[in-house]
Design a protein around this ligand. Sequence first.
Ligand code: HEM
Length: 387
Amino acid sequence: PYPFYTALLKEDPLFYIEERGMWVASRYADIQQVLKSPQFIREIPQEHQGAPSPDVADDWKPIGEMMHHWMLLRDPPDHTRLRGLVSHGFSPRAMAQLEQQLRHIASDLAADLADSDTPDLITSFAFPFPVIVIAELLGVPSEDRELFKEWSHLIAKLLDVSYQTPAFIQQVRVTVLEMTDYFEKLAEERRRNPQEDLISSMLKSQNEGKPISDAELVATCILLLVAGHETTVNLIGNGIQSLLLHPDQQELLVREPSLIPSAVEEMLRYEPPVQMTGRFIGADVEVSGRLLRKGQHITVLLAAGNRDPEQFADPNRFDIHRSPNRHLSFAAGVHFCLGAPLARMEGEIAASTLLAHYPEMRLAAGKPQYRHNILFRGLERLPILTL
Ligand code: HEM
């Protein structure tokens, strides 16, 4: 597993690509430094803002403007302000309120799996489960969930530069305008008729004079949709695959369900849904004795850091007992995944529900097929035998 990352860690854990002004870091300690120190910034410097190429400048405009409002791509104080407006939606209290509902949803989906002769865990479980949850959290009507799946998939592709052809960017532009229109209308409706959902609570903050513009509100909804969907599909798909590839660990987990939380942490470490992230260098800084200059970029390979033998004993072993397990799959520092409590709960409920229904489930024959995306690692299909 991950021979390339293993080789990088051994031979070239911090290298520089001159033509792109870009560093690439694999070591756990270096990645922690990058994610936690203020010299590394998220906001795209002026000279790098704008379209991926001049011929798509017009189509890129609404996309770039929308993404500029994402907390994920801002630094404090804007980051702090935007994150603060929705963070209560992921508090322990909010999670406790959602839990029973999530268990019902997961249980219904799991029961339906056995109806098919060749169940595919991705299509029938991993994909629908998080979309129902995020739709619930944001407060969108259930009949629009199909739209949500398409939207989140498209934006996930956008984040992989290899898809950024003019035709694709044009398609994303249309979708971004559609999503904006959708959330503006939904916000209008919630202004008149507030509910217990995140859109209503952002509107309430706006009414109380906390600064969030309409454009930021819409962009936050889009970010939550994408960040909350694609990643969790991959946690469930990759995680269950890892478990089924290690039948001894599966048996252990069936016998000892109290290990579920620690098993989910190991699933996250072993096959991270988000493989990498990046920062710009805001001021000259040293990392592992090398000088990184202001204006350069650094990509940090979270998945490689999770296999660093300096941090994890026997890192290529999948071990649901692993403790401590301070993996990097949710990143670190001020951008540490806001949705981590929800993702963990979804992962735990998915694993416990699937194992309760199908303790003997197995991988069906065939080579796993991964979706083509440099950032998000996830399976196209995961055929299983429910037994
Ligand atoms: C940020 C991973 C699920 C919302 C992040 C980051 C990572 C990540 C690595 C930080 C990126 C960076 O620092 O550059 C994951 C994984 C998930 C998951 C692996 C599932 C297993 C979710 C869910 C939600 C969510 C369910 C919400 C419903 C966010 C948001 C941010 C974020 C809003 C930006 C936080 C900030 O900039 O302060 N996530 N995520 N994520 N995630 Fe997640």
